[in-house]
Design a protein around this ligand. Sequence first.
Ligand code: AMP
Length: 259
Amino acid sequence: MDNVYFSVRMHASRSGVHLSGAEDLVPEADIASAAQACLQRALQHQPDAVRLAIDPVPAATIVDGRLPDLVLTAITDVEDSRRRALDALVKAGVSCQAAAVAMQALAEGAAAPGRVMRGAMLVDAESGARLEHDRERGVRVSHFGWGAGARDACMQLLQRHGLEHFRTREALALAAKVLAADGVLAELCWSDDPQYTAGYVASKSGGYLRLPHLKSAGDPLGGRAFFIAPGRELPPLIDFLEKTPFLISALGAIIPENV
Ligand code: AMP
């Protein structure tokens, strides 16, 4: 089993409704701890079904990744934060219309009014058209993880800026893979966790712009939108996001923004 990594993926549901997903890409020695971490995450949601998938990934197929630079803003107002997010999307080459359509969908429930998706919307960066085939599932970024020492180094770096929540680290890793996809201009995200109000805009040019209050506390809605350059062929893009193994080996900088 030399030179093989393993993709560890978890999906928890209750009565067929998605509750939580998690994943990692690890060497063989770390399979048990990764699976346990996934299971612990699943059990926090009182699921009635948990699926755990562990699949080998040849090391030779793994793409080497780097985290985007993290830009910290101190905006506290939700409306101001959303305006700032729209501005960052437009700077990244997304049309005003596409940015506004995606933001409204996240705010109202991107699967259907009041309901979150399991994965991300794909949004045409010019027209704002929704491109994903399934509005419940969307596209799920998968098969990504951390190279030797990179996760711990990232945790230490984030802790120095008071950002110890696991969601920040995981979102950075996910955004790194999304930004590495050919044809993705930018990503917009905020969590569906009612207690976690932070979100971000990530783009190749602007890095990962963290907005601590992209929604109000108590709001159970959230999601992700990936903005796609017009005319891109979707199957290779989706294949990269969902299946190409991606291992982060280098961190980005942390840049506190002067406001
Ligand atoms: P979270 O940051 O885990 O609270 O997730 C926020 C939203 O992002 C979820 O409601 C999903 O719509 C979406 N999402 C979560 N995980 C993924 C993933 N691996 N790939 C794409 N979208 C995801």
